[in-house]
Design a protein around this ligand. Structure first.
Ligand SMILES: Cc1cc2nc3c(=O)[nH]c(=O)nc-3n(C[C@H](O)[C@H](O)[C@H](O)COP(=O)(O)OP(=O)(O)OC[C@H]3O[C@@H](n4cnc5c(N)ncnc54)[C@H](O)[C@@H]3O)c2cc1C
Length: 473
């Protein structure tokens, strides 16, 4: 049995590690290391809370993130803290659990060690729940031009780009540039793309409508581009059609069957046509985390690690891979990359480890699909619950209740409910902050702005940029 000890390769800063080694060597309990405190990892950790085991949760961020509401941070409806919770705080009452803020860089499966950049950690059981990231399908150069939506940083980047576009358009005299600044393109019409496009339409046509003097935010063009034949392909066709109609009603231009062939600093190219835009957002595909490379195991094209019906990898029943990083076949089809799959797998893995430790037999994992939902704007959603399909306001109430229920932390639930109620009544968005702005991040003029000569007077855009920067401090 491993004693969950650290071995550090770092020369400095190992006081904390020594302390942990000392603490851990006193206890000889099975050590369970969980990589990732997202939906899957956190459920596993919580389910092991009262077990006679030593749990270590490693995450490269200090917070659990409720990704389904990220689009609301990106569109200024909620603040980052409303949809995240410090992992250490969430697990504070679990005396058998350590939390480590670190990035895992590899796994030594033969010797049962998790490798971080400056230290390693031994395990008896390992749960890998490292999620997924955007897939640019071989065009990684698009990453900086068209951010995806996976983290708080992504959400605040998108928020900055959207809000800044309006600010710069307000100060722009060239109508063509104004058009480009007020064109927002979302590539990929899965649930995230649809939710984002709807929210950007709302922010442009409602929340900002009266706040500017030289531009009319209602003139903003919001384009949702999808390469497939319809939006929301994971939903039944009838629901997808209803969501499509609702988006159009809200002023979103939906283009299906259109593949983007290029993205550059001035917009996107699709079907040979260039569409000028300073804000392109990528929600067209996901790729599993790097766990497949760490393990050297078989993966599918999206990098998901093939797991057995017990969610383990071949020859290593002590290594579990769950959530978006796992390729788990059920009834001949891969389970989808959604939160309920990761959560159920997290709970199953914890239960399986407890059974194994006590020598009891374990059953294979079986996912119970409780339904899926997506929202369009502030009062319309589509919901599929088994054979039941609902849309419109009742579906939105269901969507809202489910999301509130699964948010971590009572305070977050209360805050989000209050802000939704306010937004519902007023159309306003409270989190309209342009943060982390510096001149290099400005999406338009300052990218291409000529060097100022010493004696040249600053342009209106320079001044606007400086003023905006000062405001953001
Ligand atoms: C914008 C968006 C909207 C979504 N909407 C919905 C929805 O409405 N409904 C739904 O069911 N699902 C939705 N999903 C999908 C859902 O969020 C995922 O399926 C779910 O988060 C997967 O859980 P997970 O535990 O596998 O990974 P995650 O929840 O992504 O957690 C992975 C964790 O691993 C950590 N990590 C990654 N790599 C490392 C490393 N090398 N070292 C240390 N830590 C690491 C990360 O920091 C993260 O905390 C959405 C996803 C996104 C991005």
């Amino acid at each position: 049995m491993s004693n969950n000890s650290f071995s550090s390769t770092s020369e400095i800063g190992n006081t904390t590690e020594d302390h942990l080694v000392e603490k851990n060597t006193q206890i000889s309990l099975p050590s369970i290391v969980i990589i990732g405190a997202g939906f899957g990892g956190l459920q596993a950790a919580r389910a092991l809370g009262n077990a006679p085991v030593k749990v270590t949760v490693i995450d490269r961020t200090n917070h659990h993130l409720f990704q389904p509401l990220l689009y609301q941070v990106a569109t200024a409806a909620l603040s980052p803290a409303d949809i995240s919770a410090p992992v250490r705080h969430v697990l504070r009452n679990q005396k058998n659990t350590n939390v480590i803020l670190a990035e895992v860089a590899g796994i030594d499966v033969a010797n049962k060690h998790v490798l971080m950049h400056d230290k390693s950690l031994s395990y008896d059981y390992l749960i890998i729940a490292t999620g997924a990231r955007e897939n640019y399908f071989g065009h990684d150069e698009w990453r900086s031009l068209a951010p995806g939506l996976k983290s708080i940083e992504d959400a605040t980047t998108i928020r900055r780009k959207v809000l800044l576009s309006f600010e710069l358009a307000e100060q722009e005299s060239d109508p063509e540039r104004v058009k480009e600044l007020l064109t927002f393109i979302v590539v990929g019409a899965g649930a995230t793309g649809v939710e984002l496009a709807g929210a950007i339409a709302e922010i442009s046509h409602k929340a900002l409508a009266a706040d500017f003097r030289h531009i009319d935010p209602k003139q903003a063009r919001i384009l949702l581009i999808e390469a497939g034949p319809r939006i929301l392909p994971a939903f039944p066709e009838a629901l997808s059609r209803k969501a499509h109609r609702e988006l159009v009603k809200m002023g979103v231009e939906v283009q299906v069957g259109l593949a983007v062939s290029n993205i550059d600093t001035s917009g996107v190219t699709a079907a040979g046509e260039h569409i000028g835009s300073q804000t392109v957002i990528w929600t067209a595909g996901v790729q599993a985390s790097q766990a497949g490379q760490w393990l050297g195991n078989e993966t599918d094209r999206a990098g998901r690690v093939k797991v057995s019906e017990y969610l383990t990898i071949p020859d290593h029943p002590e290594v579990f891979v769950i959530g978006d990083t796992a390729l788990n076949m059920q009834d001949g089809r891969p389970l989808p990359g959604v939160a309920p799959v990761a959560m159920q797998q997290g709970r199953y893995t914890a239960a399986t480890i407890k059974q194994r430790i006590t020598g009891k037999p374990v059953l294979p994992f079986r996912y119970h699909d409780k339904g899926s939902m997506a929202t369009v704007g502030r009062s319309f959603a589509i919901v599929k619950l088994g054979p039941l399909q609902i849309s419109g306001f009742p579906a939105w109430v269901t969507w809202m209740a489910v999301h509130i229920m699964y948010l971590i932390g009572f305070q977050n639930r209360l805050l989000v409910m209050m802000q939704w109620a306010w937004a519902f009544l007023t159309f306003q968005r409270r989190a309209r902050l342009i943060t982390h702005m510096n001149l290099f991040m400005l999406p338009v003029e300052l990218h291409s702005k000529p060097e100022l000569k010493d004696d040249a007077p600053p342009t209106a855009v320079d001044e606007a940029g400086d003023a905006l920067q000062a405001q953001s401090l």
